[in-house]
Design a protein around this ligand. Structure first.
Ligand SMILES: *Cc1c(COP(=O)(O)O)cnc(C)c1O
Length: 395
């Protein structure tokens, strides 16, 4: 090994987890408590999360956002022959849960400035078989919920918000989750805005949907049926009303979630400050930055995506090369679903059907934006991006 290679600057990671002592203590307290699985911590987490959303919503904790989305389409009775509209610029989970119940996702292209579903194209995608829309609030900026709700009302469709990026975020002054859609589903995966390691939360004001989700997240077991006829709630009696799933959250996860919930607003502000620094530093170079704040809401600042403007003679691969040379971590959000082989083959999807996401994908990547980033790391990302993009411009 040469002297030089040992002196290479340390990597700026795309994401770095940073838990606080209070969070670690909350988890170890559960480990000492003698109760690990769904119990008092989960109940408390649900109550506290619902209060943060407001509007008297009900919150149902599950072991992932994917599980939560699945429970919602199951509870709505969506099945074979039905269609559910999804944006193609999302993680595959948004669409796969539609296949879990035997229905078909219908993919719709996104708006170039928000990467959220294009509501004009959405309306054209509606057929007699359409049952629901699953909008994604990309990067934590709300999709155009007013327009989506108007369309859903007109065609009598359910709206299940994929709010995996959106805690805490607002739209029209109210939290995502508080807008009276059928349901909103949040993610607490390790690199999401708050985390339980793996976890998710369904938020809804629909009592029937909530009840079905609670039953189906744990084997289809219905304890209420028995407890209606007896005072003894600890009875071993229960009924099973359907072949349910194993989607419950553990108390270990919920204890971490409760501690993270207390810090959620502070973590959001830390991400916002990084986003503001990036915005200022890239204002004079030919980059689109997404999401910029749109739709009159506060973003959760989950992602910071940069895209080379069309007049720049370079591609994502060239950007990647520049960042790799300076040891800067990055990611890509997302490979549009129509470019992934399962979806492409199953539904005969072509790039030409999705011009916005296809072109976005060719020219964009996501920069690190995590709360424990040091100023020196932010500065290194900024100078690497500026240097790389400026090198693409004619001399
Ligand atoms: C992370 C993510 C999911 C899946 O969340 P899990 O909690 O890992 O199941 C779904 N949709 C989007 C848009 C995501 O980013």
């Amino acid at each position: 090994m040469t002297q030089d290679s040992t002196k290479q600057t340390p990597a700026v990671p795309y994401f770095r987890m940073a838990l606080e002592e209070g969070e670690i203590l909350a988890v170890t307290n559960v480990l000492r408590s003698g109760w690990l699985t769904t119990g008092p911590q989960v109940t408390a987490f649900e109550t506290e999360f619902a209060l943060k959303i407001g509007e008297n919503v009900e919150a149902i904790a599950v072991n992932s956002n994917t599980a939560g989305l699945h429970l919602c389409v199951e509870a709505l009775g969506i099945g074979p022959g039905d269609e559910v509209i999804v944006p193609n610029m999302t993680f595959t989970a948004t669409a796969e849960i539609v296949r879990y119940v035997g229905a078909d996702p219908v993919f719709v292209d996104v708006c170039p400035n928000t990467l959220c579903i294009d509501t004009h194209k959405l309306e054209k995608a509606i057929s007699a078989r359409t049952k629901a829309i699953i909008p994604v609030h990309f990067g934590g900026v709300a999709a155009d919920l007013d327009a989506i709700q108007e369309i859903a009302k007109h065609y009598d469709l359910a709206i299940i918000e994929d709010a995996a990026h959106s805690f805490p975020a607002t739209y029209n002054g109210k939290a995502i989750g508080a807008h009276g859609t059928t349901a909103s589903v949040f993610s607490f995966y390790a690199n999401k805005t708050i985390t339980t390691g793996e976890g998710g939360m369904i938020v809804t004001s629909n009592k029937d949907l909530a009840r079905r989700c609670r039953i189906m997240r744990l084997h289809g077991i219905d304890r209420d049926i028995h407890s209606r006829f007896t005072d003894n709630k600890s009875s071993w009696h229960y009924d099973v009303i359907a072949p349910g799933f194993k989607y419950n959250m553990t108390d270990v996860a919920a204890a971490l979630g409760r501690a993270q919930l207390q810090r959620a607003e502070k973590l959001r502000r830390l991400r916002q400050s990084i986003s503001n620094k990036y915005d200022a530093a890239f204002a004079d170079i030919p980059l689109d930055t997404i999401p910029s704040s749109e739709n009159g809401g506060e973003s959760a600042y989950h992602l910071y995506v940069i895209r080379l403007q069309n007049n720049v003679e370079a591609k994502r691969e060239d950007l990647e090369q520049g960042l790799k040379e300076q040891n800067i971590g990055y990611s890509v959000h997302y490979t549009p679903l129509h470019m992934l082989s399962y979806w492409q083959k199953k539904y005969h999807l072509k790039d030409a059907q999705f011009p916005v996401s296809t072109s976005h994908y060719a020219r964009s990547l996501s920069l690190p934006i995590f709360p424990s980033m040091h100023q020196e790391e932010i500065d290194r990302v900024i100078s690497a991006v500026r240097e790389t993009v400026l090198s693409f411009l004619p001399k």
